[in-house]
Write a protein that binds this ligand. Sequence first.
Ligand SMILES: NC(=O)c1ccc[n+]([C@@H]2O[C@H](COP(=O)([O-])OP(=O)(O)OC[C@H]3O[C@@H](n4cnc5c(N)ncnc54)[C@H](OP(=O)(O)O)[C@@H]3O)[C@@H](O)[C@H]2O)c1
Length: 325
Amino acid sequence: MSSRPAGNARTIVITGGNAGLGHGCATALVTSADGPWHVVVASRNAERTREAADKLAGAARAGHTVEAMPLDLASLASVRAFAAELADRVASGAIPPLQALVCNAGVQAGTRQTRTADGFESTFGVNHLGHFLLVNELLPVLRAPARVVVVASGVHDPAQKAGVPVPAWNAAPALARGELGPDAASDNAFVAGQRRYSTSKLANIYFTYALARRLPRGVTANAYDPGLVLGTGLQRSAPAPLRFAAKHVLPHARPLVRRFLTDKVYTAEESGAALAWLATAPELAGTTGGYFHQRQAIRSSDDSYDVARADQLWEDSLPLTAPPN
Ligand SMILES: NC(=O)c1ccc[n+]([C@@H]2O[C@H](COP(=O)([O-])OP(=O)(O)OC[C@H]3O[C@@H](n4cnc5c(N)ncnc54)[C@H](OP(=O)(O)O)[C@@H]3O)[C@@H](O)[C@H]2O)c1
């Protein structure tokens, strides 16, 4: 931990806070005049997470503090251990009350299907089920006024024409097995991987809306679309040419990206700052069940407002994430 949190500080957890958008969010928080915040950087690689936390602590304005806590969303046991440790630390007063949780970590599959420690298809397992369990485990610890922000993506919405295959929704147990809906029947391995990603991002929105309907007074939940964020690690499993373009070409060609791909294009710092705003801005204290692009409330896809589907996802996710007997 960087130093002792201030007496009036509040704790914010950022999953995937060591890199990309999550790191942009953490940077905006620790350099802000608001707070003070105790920022918990939670991601899977302990060493990388600690290095990122140390760097953030070095850049922090007086009052903010930072610590690294390992969390692997691809393991339900790890999620439970993380939540239990965090709850203990809050209860003992070692860290300030938990008032914000940013569900940011995410993976995008390449051509190879991978599984979490619990045997779930990884995109759905990490992006949805891991966060579903994390939020539910931490709900008793969140102290109102508090917020949950879930990072989704415009790719969940066919109307956005984001260039990624649109979701092929299926029941949660099927998605957990890696089975997309019938629209994906003729997908090759690459397209299926991309579609698993957009489908998991639709799950993020169903989850946020279902959560907002279940939260106690004073706790809010909103979903976030950061736009196309250049230069992050999200394409790490993509085929080599795409990976090369995402890492070395597109970040230096923003005007071309704007012209030929999308005008919703940002750096991790820009989108991270808007994410930090969503998690902390006083003017959003009563806003819940919304979907934001940057700092603007927008509509999500037509399908995403299907309450029955969202509730079914919630009900199906409970047994999938239940502790082993
Ligand atoms: N980049 C975009 O254009 C874009 C657009 C829309 C939405 N998003 C969303 O933004 C979020 C952040 O993505 P990004 O672009 O910043 O990608 P990124 O640079 O790859 O960051 C992803 C973060 O998630 C962490 N992570 C991955 N698997 C994890 C696991 N099993 N347990 C815990 N942490 C894990 C990573 O940790 P490691 O460093 O250990 O891998 C990393 O910190 C994702 O939810 C993504 O879907 C991104």
